[in-house]
Design a binder for this molecule. Structure first.
Ligand code: FES
Length: 310
């Protein structure tokens, strides 16, 4: 198979999508024109048949002409239906081709180099992890970052070495490698991403593009507890938005963040959790809490939260 560059693939995709779109429009135009013409012709044909029927009443010799007219109109109608079927199938196939090429173009966009800022962010040395005063911060993942005596998270990069050895070093391995890193650490640590760039042909720009495109990739660690607030229909109408806002305020979560400063709680909005009769509902880790009010939601979090020093 001939390897194509990204821009060639985009041009091929655009050509296919453009051609398919033209065929779709042409088919729609043919069908519309046929329909209008058929309507006009139908009234003329009806009139012609009525005239012949009247004529046959006074002149029996006109019966043959009436039969011939019947036959002509039937043949025309059959031809019209045949053409309509062919054009409809062409329209369907062109529409499918258009959608497939459009989807392909969208997937190619995911491989576009990200903005300069994102690339620079990846090349920059990793930021110092916030230290936690007292206590540690655990990760949900068994293989997640450890916490040093100073409270800083230490990333064990041997997992990255192993996954690169398993998945390979070319650009196509980017997604499986990132998925494995995300599953192992619970997010994509900067140190791990830099290690990937050192070991493979994968460019920082490609990593930035992939991790930005897939919403499931996190660039910061999750909190010790994951809180899923249901925003399905039943929960939405019974106050899910107010509950989320109150929880975020209670945990002092910054506007663009989803995790509190102590990294104890990560708050997610999720779709229906499947227990609508208890709406509004949230889950704290694996435990479901229902019939919430903003106050009771915060109280449920306080039960989980370790005692604050006086
Ligand atoms: S809508 Fe929230 S549990 Fe179903």
């Amino acid at each position: 198979m001939i390897a194509m560059t990204g821009s060639t693939q985009r041009n091929v995709g655009l050509a296919i999508a453009g051609g398919a779109a033209i065929v779709v429009l042409a088919c729609i135009a043919v069908l519309a024109a046929d329909m209008i013409a058929a309507r006009r012709q139908a009234s003329l044909d009806d009139q012609r048949l009525e005239d012949l029927v009247e004529l046959v009443k006074t002149d029996a010799a006109a019966a043959a002409e009436l039969d011939a007219e019947h036959q002509r109109q039937t043949d025309k109608s059959v031809q019209r239906e045949l053409r309509k079927t062919r054009v409809t199938w062409t329209l369907i196939l062109a529409a499918v081709l258009f959608l497939a090429s459009a989807k392909w173009l969208v997937s190619l966009r995911a491989q576009r180099p990200p903005t300069l800022n994102t690339s620079v962010a990846l090349r920059a040395p990793p930021p110092t992890r916030p230290r936690k005063a007292g206590g540690d911060v655990r990760s949900h993942s068994a293989g997640g970052p450890r916490v040093s005596e100073l409270g800083e998270q230490e990333i064990d990069l041997s997992f990255v070495d192993a996954i690169v050895a398993k998945e390979g070093c070319d650009g196509e391995a980017a997604v499986p490698i990132l998925q494995a890193i995300q599953a192992h650490y619970g997010y994509l640590p900067d140190e791990a991403l830099q290690r990937v760039c050192e070991l493979t042909e994968i460019e920082p720009s490609q990593i930035a593009g992939v991790s930005a495109f897939y919403a499931r990739f996190r660039r910061s660690p999750v909190g010790e507890h994951v809180v899923k607030v249901c925003h399905g229909t039943a929960c939405h109408v019974t106050g899910a938005r107010q509950i989320t806002e109150e929880i975020r305020r209670h945990l002092r979560i910054a506007p663009e963040e989803d995790t509190d400063p102590e990294r104890l709680f990560t708050v997610d909005r999720v779709a229906c959790l499947g227990c609508c009769s208890l709406a509004p509902v949230m889950m704290i880790d694996e435990e479901t809490v229902g019939r919430l009010t903003p106050g009771s939601a915060c109280a449920a979090l306080d039960v989980v939260r370790p005692e604050q020093p006086a």
